[in-house]
Design a protein around this ligand. Structure first.
Ligand SMILES: Cc1cc2nc3c(=O)[nH]c(=O)nc-3n(C[C@H](O)[C@H](O)[C@H](O)COP(=O)(O)OP(=O)(O)OC[C@H]3O[C@@H](n4cnc5c(N)ncnc54)[C@H](O)[C@@H]3O)c2cc1C
Length: 309
């Protein structure tokens, strides 16, 4: 097979799995990654629900994914893709920087971006107190007082990690009902330096050169409290980034790529979408790797069938 047949955009669990399956089917996928092999797993403190993985640390799982690709002679190209266009002959033009390549098949495996929190001061204190990654930035807040914003599993799990480093961790949730699993909530509550403020919302951030204080408002009583904190970790969900495939009609009304769930095919022939970036009821490592294997298998099947014609 021509080495420019399959392009995989993103090398998180979904894209990396697609690459492994394609390689083992005898194909030579070209994988583009703008950051780290393993994607979001690298920025997760603990992973306890991925079958067969006992390492716990997300970064270790990311490293093992990279080692597995290396062992199979798969070498991602570390570049950010900024455009995918369809040519008149049905192939795809994939652009990165000033370079471009044509591919017959494209797998979109580019995950999600962090949802912005939209609080006054957020832009000023980004990387100067406000972070979206406890694993990356938590150690800078050793012995300090921090806030965690959010009520899902990611918020509670990363807040538990911060409790092991920081002096105090206050979790601020918009509603009194949390989206996180009960086990994560209870684990957080069990730390003596943890506190939950719900239903509260952060309304402003202040500081001279870095974050020093935030104001939170009770959503029912409107009462405001000022909290002296040096760090704020925001876990308010993710949004799809589907602007770069410049092909209309690919997404649902929330911006997720629409696919046939048995094959991962989008409505455009030979264009596939896998993992967190697609419309799926569950965004986890296990679902991402399942998607990657299905897309690769479908492409291989399709490729064999086209050769017989
Ligand atoms: C804090 C947190 C904790 C989590 N904990 C768990 C857990 O315990 N268990 C679990 O199963 N799941 C967990 N998840 C979810 C899990 O991490 C994701 O479902 C999974 O990583 C999705 O894999 P993916 O390959 O679809 O996307 P990602 O892992 O997001 O990978 C996408 C990759 O694409 C790359 N990329 C994006 N755009 C481009 C571009 N234009 N060009 C080139 N490369 C690009 C990115 O750099 C990234 O490496 C957690 C998520 C978070 C945020």
């Amino acid at each position: 097979m021509n080495e420019k047949e399959v392009c995989i955009i993103g090398c998180g669990p979904a894209g990396a799995t697609a690459a492994i399956y394609l390689k083992r089917y005898g194909m030579e996928p070209i994988v583009f990654e703008k950051d780290l092999i393993g994607g979001k797993t690298n920025y997760t403190e603990k992973i306890e629900n991925y079958l067969g993985y006992l390492g716990e640390k997300g970064a270790q799982l990311g490293l093992q994914m990279a080692q597995q690709l290396e062992k199979l002679d798969i070498h991602p190209i570390y570049r950010e893709i900024n455009g995918v266009y369809q040519n008149a002959d049905g192939t795809f033009l994939v652009t990165y920087g000033t370079e471009e390549n044509a591919f017959r098949y494209v797998i979109l495996a580019n995950g999600l971006a962090d949802r912005p929190y939209h609080v006054p001061g957020e832009e000023t204190f980004k990387r100067k107190g406000i972070s979206t990654c406890a694993v990356c930035d938590g150690p800078f807040y050793k012995g300090k007082d921090v806030l965690v914003i959010g009520s899902g599993n990611a918020a509670f799990e990363e807040a538990c990690y911060l409790c092991t480093i920081c002096h105090s961790v206050t979790l601020v949730a918009r509603r009194e009902e949390f989206r996180a699993q009960e086990e994560s909530v209870e684990r957080f509550r069990s730390f003596p330096n943890s506190k939950i403020l719900a239903p509260y919302q952060c309304v402003s951030c202040r500081g001279k050169t870095s974050l020093e204080a935030v104001t939170v408002r009770n959503s029912k009583t409107e009462e405001e409290i000022e909290l002296a904190v040096q760090g704020m970790f925001v876990y308010v969900g993710s949004i799809p980034v589907t602007g770069f495939p410049q092909i209309p009609g690919l997404c649902d009304d929330k911006g997720f790529l629409k696919v046939d769930p048995t094959s991962m095919k989008t409505s455009v022939p030979n264009l596939y979408a896998v993992g967190d970036c697609r419309n799926t009821p569950l965004r986890q490592i296990t679902t991402a790797v399942a998607d990657g294997s299905l897309a690769a298998t479908q492409i291989h099947f399709d490729y064999l069938r086209s050769r017989k014609k």
